[in-house]
Design a protein around this ligand. Structure first.
Ligand code: AMP
Length: 125
């Protein structure tokens, strides 16, 4: 089951090359680009080219292989741009901080993440 929004999201427009992005990885079904407002030394958005899924729950239910591919791309980015270790964040729902309703993961990497969930990107949540 899919749940595509009526209007194209900013990520759908990046996939369509309608607006620019600093793309760091791409497969047939997944694309990754630097977040426009980075919250860590490495902060990359990994998203699906399809706009069919608004969040990770829908993606896991609808196409688990695509979710696995997204995670594999995230790992490759962390290996290429950092030391291979990373935090993978899926904000799910507006009250959890999701603002773009096109499934995506935040790949956060770099030594400032060592403090744990109570520090860094989740501070003040
Ligand atoms: P979320 O709040 O989990 O939905 O994440 C949306 C993320 O998309 C935020 O971290 C934004 O900074 C990021 N973002 C929004 N517009 C762009 C853009 N044009 N290029 C790259 N990242 C963007």
């Amino acid at each position: 089951m899919t749940d595509s929004p009526a209007e194209p999201t900013v990520f759908e427009r990046i996939v369509a090359r309608e607006i620019p992005a600093r793309i760091v990885a791409e497969t047939d079904r997944v694309i990754a680009f630097h977040d426009i407002a980075p919250q860590a030394p490495v902060h990359v958005i990994v998203t699906t080219k399809t706009a069919a899924y608004r969040d990770v729950v829908g993606l896991a239910q609808g196409d688990p292989a695509l979710l696995a591919e997204l995670v594999a791309v995230a790992q490759g980015i962390a290996a290429e741009l950092a030391d291979g270790e990373f935090r993978l964040v899926f904000n799910t729902g507006a009250s959890a901080g999701q603002t773009v309703f096109h499934v995506h993961a935040h790949v956060l990497a770099g030594n400032s993440l060592a403090g744990g969930l109570e520090e860094g990107t989740l501070a003040g949540a």
